[in-house]
Design a protein around this ligand. Structure first.
Ligand code: NAD
Ligand code: SER
Length: 319
């Protein structure tokens, strides 16, 4: 029986991934952790406070719950990382090294660690960015993701640790709040569309970025973790594509449902980060190796986001 530890479980990805892991393996088999306790006192399932910088504490949980798989999600995202580069390096790298070392020592069956389109940089081809190409990121977040990919590949080859990874595009979900990423504008915009009917975009109107709806990202993660190891030709991290759009495109998509929605553009430091990332992604390795296929396009995402956030607003009156 698998016993699964998830770090950073209260974040955007963790909130939705934990629920699917509980459905798949059983609520009691999943041990969600994060540096702070859940705001909702009635957290569904097992939860423990855990700082990924505390190696002994991680080891304590591995031993106590006889953990067989680790999903290591805890990280500082790109925009927040630019504000605190030392902290981002510390959490993103030392947290990962702690998990990899413990996974090696305790013979963990499988580790999942997310990478990002942030591994690419200004000199990477922007359109249909290939799986194997130039990776010279100019953000501290991107640097930690490139180093993390290399570290995972090293543990995989040197110690035969089964580590799997995806370079997610910007992730869009309605079950949690944005976590300080450059692509998080595409989550905030839906909240603001319902709350105030307007949004000030921190990116230029035509800045195109690869994005993905959270249920697609969660499904991709579980499909990769279930894939036959022999079929996985990529030992670092898989490119996956969802849909690509600009701030202007997402505004038009929202206006189909909320005609009065108004957007203006005030690019800040996040525009420079976005400009260094791809416009679209070539995910042919993921499609060939484990049959990856995206389900949601921009208008699908908009419909889902607005209908779920409307229900949430009605349930709690205002947030
Ligand atoms: P998030 O910021 O929403 O969540 C990260 C979680 O990590 C938070 O709940 C935070 O409390 C926790 N955390 C921070 N420091 C910690 C520490 N020292 N110990 C334990 N927990 C700590 O981010 P997310 O969007 O859920 O991202 C999850 C993973 O996916 C990250 O590795 C991120 O780099 C990656 N990723 C996310 C996106 C995206 O668009 N959200 C895209 C590509 C990759
Ligand atoms: N979407 C993330 C961010 O903007 C990239 O991994 O930080």
């Amino acid at each position: 029986m698998e016993q699964i530890l998830v770090t950073g479980a209260l974040g955007q990805l963790g909130t939705e991934l934990v629920a699917e892991l509980q459905n798949k393996y059983g609520t009691e088999q999943v041990f969600a952790t994060d540096i702070h306790p859940p705001m909702n006192k009635k957290y569904h399932g097992n939860f423990e406070a855990l700082d990924v910088l505390e190696k002994k504490a991680i080891e304590g949980l591995i031993l106590r719950y006889e953990i067989t798989q680790i999903y290591h999600l805890a990280a500082i995202l790109s925009a927040n990382a630019e504000k605190s580069p030392n902290l981002a390096w510390h959490i993103n790298m030392d947290g990962l090294i702690n998990v990899l070392e413990l996974a090696k020592e305790h013979k963990i069956n499988k580790v999942y660690w997310p990478s990002s389109i942030a591994v690419f940089g200004p000199d990477t081809p922007k359109t249909n960015t290939p799986q194997n190409t130039v990776m010279n990121p100019n953000t501290i977040y991107g640097i930690t993701k490139v180093a993390g990919e290399k570290l995972c590949a090293y543990y995989n080859e040197k110690f035969d640790l089964d580590i799997r990874s995806i370079r997610y595009p910007g992730l869009i979900g309605h079950k949690s709040f944005p976590g300080g990423g450059t692509t998080d504008y595409a989550v905030e915009i839906y909240h603001e569309a319902l709350k105030t009917g307007k949004f000030s975009a921190p990116l230029a109107e035509n800045e195109m970025l690869p994005m993905m709806f959270m249920p697609d990202a969660v499904r991709a993660t579980l499909e990769l973790m279930d894939a036959d190891k022999e079929k996985l030709s990529i030992k670092t991290s898989y490119n996956i594509a969802g849909t690509s759009f600009t701030p202007k495109d997402i505004a038009k998509s929202i206006q189909k449902i909320i005609p009065g929605f108004n957007i203006n553009f005030h690019p800040d430091f996040r525009q420079n980060i976005a400009a260094s990332w791809p416009n679209s992604i070539d995910d042919s390795y993921a499609r060939n190796d484990w049959n990856w296929k995206v389900a949601y396009n921009l208008d699908d995402i908009t419909k889902e986001m607005i209908s779920h956030l409307r229900i949430k607003r009605q349930a709690i009156k205002v947030y």
